[in-house]
Design a binder for this molecule. Structure first.
Ligand code: COA
Ligand code: AMP
Length: 636
C-alpha cells in the first residue's frame, strides 16, 4: 500500500485549523467547537476554545450507548499475581460511576485535584476515568518514586484526595504503597482531606481513622446507591479545562507539572490511534508501559478507550514474569494487533532469547507491528526484533509534553520506508525544525537543537500547572516562536528526523526520564559531600544509567566505600529505586573550567570511552587524568 502520509501532511499544512476541526468530529461534544484555535488565549494560544465535552463519556459511556457494552474495554493480565480479568465497557461504566459517586460524596468537585498513586491494576484505570467523569483533575504518580518525590507532587498539585492501593508487586518484592504515601503526606505542607485505599489480597494496609477509606467498602456502598436510583452523571467541561497533570523531570528538584486539556487531548488521541497505530474500535492494543508515565495515560487508558478498542493492562516485566516470552504469550492469547513498548524491554528480551525463538512458540496471526518509544531505538535492537517477529518495527519519538508522537511512521496511513535509527517523519501538527544556537535552521544532515514551531498541536501541553512563567522560561524563550524540545538531532535529505540525545541534564534510564541535576541535589545533601557531578553512562540494557562522582569535604572522616553506600541509599530514599543509582565514586577533584563550571560532557565522554578534547579553559588537567585512571581500572 502506498502511504497517504504526504497527502495528509499536505492537507494539514494547507489548512491546519480546518484539519483539526475536521478531526474533532470523531469526538462527542456537549457543545461542538466552532473555532479550532484562539491565538490570543493562554500562553501560545488554545485549541477548541468554545468546545465543551466530557472525556469519560467519550472513553466509556458512548460505547455502551451505541450497543457495545459487552465488548472488552480492559483485559487485565497480571503474571505477577496469577490473575486475568476481562472488563467489558458496561462493567467499566458501572465501576467508574461507583467511584465517581464516592469521590463526589467525599467532597471532590470539578477542578479539584486527585492524586492517583497506584500499581497496574484495573482500579487505577477506573480512578483516572472517575476523575474525568466529574471534571476533577487527576495526577498519577509512578510507584517507583520515593516518598519525597510524591510529597513534591502533593505540594504542587494540592489534591483534595488521594486514591491508592496497599501494594505494588515487583518480581523481587512487594512494594508497600501505604507507608510511602503516609510518609509523603507527613512531608508535604499540603494535606489531602481523604485517602481511599484498594486493599490487595497480597497485603493489607493500615488505615488512618478519620482520613482513610477502604476502597471496596466505599464501592459497595456506591453500587447500592446506584442500584437504588442514584445518578453519577458525566460533568461537561470546557475543552480547555485540564484533564490531568503529569509530573516530569526538570533540571531542578522541582518536577514540572505538564498540563493536558480535555478537548485537544481527546482529538489528538482519537486521530493518532487510528492514523499512527492503525487501531480502531474492536481492535486489541497492548501498550506495555505503566499508567504512571505519559505513554500509559495515552495509550493504555485514553486512546484505546476513546476509540472503543480493547486495551491490555499488563502487570509484570518483559523478562522474569515468568520469562522473556511473556509479551508474545499476551499478544497471542488476547489477539493484540499492536504492541508498544520501550527499546530497553526488547534489549532485555533479546539478552534472554538471542535467537528470537520465543515468539515462534505463539500464534501471532493478529499481530501487525511493534512500536518502540521512550528512548532512542538503536538499529541493532530494531533489526533483532524485525527478524524475530517478521513484522514492521516502528520507532517513534515523543515526550511527556507532546502527549502523542511528534515524529513517527504512520502505520494507519501506510508505512513509509523504514530507516533504522530514525523515528521517520513529523506528524501533522508538529512543525519540526533543527536550529543552530542562534535559532536559525541548519542545513539538511547537520546536527542542531530540535524545536517545534508554535503553535503546538491539540494534545500537546498548553502550559505547566500554575506556572505559565516557568513554562515560558523552560520551553519558549530559547528560540522565540518555537517550543524547544531539549533534544538534539538532524533532518536528512528526505525529511527523516534522527534524534541523537538530550541537550539538558535529563537522562533516559530504561525508558524512564530522570534528571541528573535532581540526583546531584540528593547526593549534595550528604554532609560529607563538597561537590558532585552525576552523568548518564552508556548501558547496554537500560540505554543509560546514572553514575556519580563526588568530592568530599576536607576532614570528612569516613571510609570511601561507606560514603558511596550512603549516597546510593540517599538517592533511593529521596528519588526512588527507579533512578537505578548504583554507581558513585569518590574523587579528589572534578574537572572544571577556570570559571568553575563542571565539565560533565567531558566526564561522560571518558566514562563512555568516547573521543573528547580537553577544553582550553580547564582549571586542572590532573582532574581528567584521575577520572581516566579510575575508568581504566575498571570502575565502570
Ligand atoms: N513500583 C515500585 N518500584 C518499581 C516500579 C514500580 N512500579 N518499577 C520499577 N521499580 C523498581 C524496581 O523494583 C527496581 O528496584 P530495585 O533497585 O530494588 O531492584 C528499580 O525500580 C529499577 O527497576 P526497573 O527499571 O524495572 O529495572 P530492572 O533492572 O528491574 O528491569 C527492565 C530492567 C529493562 C526489565 C525494566 O527496566 C523494564 O521493564 N523496562 C521497560 C520500561 C518501560 O516499558 N518503560 C516504558 C516507558 S515509555
Ligand atoms: P518522556 O517525557 O519520559 O517521554 O521522555 C522524552 C524523552 O525521551 C525525549 O525528549 C527523548 O530524549 C527521549 N525519547 C523518546 N522517544 C524517543 C525516540 N523514539 N528516539 C530518541 N529519543 C526518544
Amino acid at each position: 500500500m502506498t502511504s497517504r502520509y504526504r497527502e495528509v501532511h499536505e492537507a494539514w499544512r494547507e489548512d491546519p485549523f480546518g484539519f483539526w476541526l475536521e478531526a474533532s468530529r470523531e469526538i462527542d461534544w456537549t457543545r461542538p467547537p466552532q473555532t479550532a484555535f484562539d491565538a490570543e488565549a493562554g500562553v501560545y494560544g488554545r485549541w477548541f476554545p468554545d468546545g465543551e465535552l466530557n472525556t469519560c463519556h467519550n472513553a466509556v459511556d458512548r460505547h455502551v450507548a451505541s450497543g457495545n457494552g459487552e465488548r472488552a474495554a480492559i483485559i487485565y493480565d497480571s503474571p505477577v499475581t496469577g490473575t486475568k480479568r476481562r472488563i467489558g465497557y458496561a462493567e467499566l461504566l458501572r465501576e467508574v460511576q461507583a467511584l465517581a459517586l464516592t469521590l463526589t460524596d467525599l467532597g471532590v468537585a470539578k477542578g479539584d485535584r486527585v492524586i492517583v498513586y497506584m500499581p497496574m491494576i484495573p482500579e487505577a484505570v477506573v480512578a483516572m476515568l472517575a476523575c474525568a467523569r466529574i471534571g476533577a483533575i487527576h495526577s498519577v504518580v509512578f510507584g517507583g518514586f520515593a516518598a519525597k518525590e510524591l510529597a513534591a507532587r502533593i505540594d504542587d498539585a494540592a489534591p483534595k484526595l488521594v486514591l491508592s492501593a496497599s501494594c505494588g508487586i515487583e518480581p523481587a518484592r512487594t512494594v508497600e504503597y501505604k507507608p510511602l504515601l503516609d510518609r509523603a503526606i507527613e512531608l508535604s505542607a499540603h494535606k489531602p482531606e481523604a485517602v481511599v485505599v484498594k486493599q490487595r489480597p497480597q497485603l493489607t494496609a493500615t488505615l488512618i481513622e478519620g482520613r482513610d477509606h477502604d476502597w471496596d467498602e466505599a464501592r459497595a456502598a456506591a453500587v447500592a446507591r446506584l442500584e437504588g436510583g442514584a445518578e453519577s452523571p458525566c460533568v461537561p467541561v470546557k475543552a480547555t479545562d485540564p484533564l490531568y497533570v503529569i509530573y516530569t523531570s526538570g533540571s531542578t528538584g522541582k518536577p514540572k507539572g505538564v498540563v493536558r486539556d480535555n478537548g485537544g487531548h481527546a482529538v489528538s488521541l482519537a486521530w493518532s490511534l487510528k492514523n499512527i497505530f492503525d487501531t480502531d474500535a474492536g481492535d486489541t492494543f497492548f501498550c506495555a508501559s505503566d499508567v504512571g508515565w505519559v505513554v500509559g495515560h495515552c495509550y493504555i487508558v485514553y486512546a484505546p478507550l476513546i476509540r472503543g478498542a480493547t486495551s491490555i493492562l499488563f502487570e509484570g516485566k518483559p523478562i522474569g514474569t515468568p520469562d522473556a516470552g511473556t509479551y508474545w504469550r499476551i499478544v497471542a492469547e488476547h489477539g493484540a494487533r499492536i504492541l508498544f513498548t520501550a527499546p530497553t524491554a526488547i534489549r532485555a528480551i533479546r539478552k534472554e532469547d538471542p535467537g528470537g525463538e520465543m515468539p515462534k512458540r505463539h500464534d501471532l496471526s493478529e499481530f501487525k507491528a511493534l512500536f518502540l518509544a521512550g528512548e532512542r531505538a538503536d538499529p541493532e535492537t530494531i533489526l533483532w526484533a524485525e527478524n524475530a517477529l517478521d513484522r514492521p518495527v516502528i520507532d517513534h519519538w515523543w515526550q511527556t509534553e507532546s502527549g502523542w508522537p511528534m515524529v513517527a511512521n504512520p502505520l494507519g496511513l501506510g508505512l513509509l520506508p523504514v530507516k533504522r535509527g530514525s523515528p521517520t517523519v513529523p506528524m501533522p501538527g508538529f512543525d519540526v525544525e533543527v536550529l543552530d544556537p542562534f535559532g536559525r535552521p541548519v542545513a539538511k544532515n547537520e546536527m542542531g537543537a530540535i524545536a517545534l514551531k508554535l503553535p503546538l498541536p491539540p494534545g500537546a501541553l498548553p502550559t505547566l500547572w500554575n506556572a505559565d512563567e516557568r513554562f515560558r522560561q523552560s520551553y519558549l524563550t530559547e528560540f522565540p516562536g518555537y517550543y524547544s524540545t531539549s533534544d538534539a538531532g538532524f533532518l536528512d535529505d528526505e525529511g527523516y528526523l534522527y534524534v541523537m540525545g538530550r541537550t539538558d541534564d535529563v537522562i533516559n534510564v530504561a525508558g524512564h526520564r530522570l534528571s541528573t541535576g535532581e540526583m546531584e541535589e540528593a547526593v549534595g545533601s550528604h554532609p560529607a559531600v563538597a561537590e558532585c557531578a552525576v552523568i548518564g553512562m552508556h548501558d547496554e540494557l537500560k540505554g543509560e544509567i546514572p553514575c556519580g562522582f563526588v568530592v568530599l569535604k576536607k576532614g570528612a572522616e569516613m571510609e570511601r566505600s561507606a560514603i558511596e553506600r550512603e549516597l546510593i541509599t540517599i538517592v533511593r530514599d529521596q528519588i526512588g529505586p527507579v533512578a537505578a543509582f548504583r554507581r558513585v565514586l569518590v574523587v579528589d577533584r572534578l574537572p572544571k573550567t577556570r570559571s568553575g563550571k563542571i565539565l560533565r560532557r567531558t566526564i561522560k565522554a571518558i566514562v563512555d570511552d568516547k573521543p573528547f578534547e580537553t577544553p582550553a579553559t580547564i582549571e586542572d588537567p590532573a582532574a581528567i587524568d584521575e577520572i581516566r585512571a579510575i575508568v581504566a581500572n575498571g570502575a565502570r
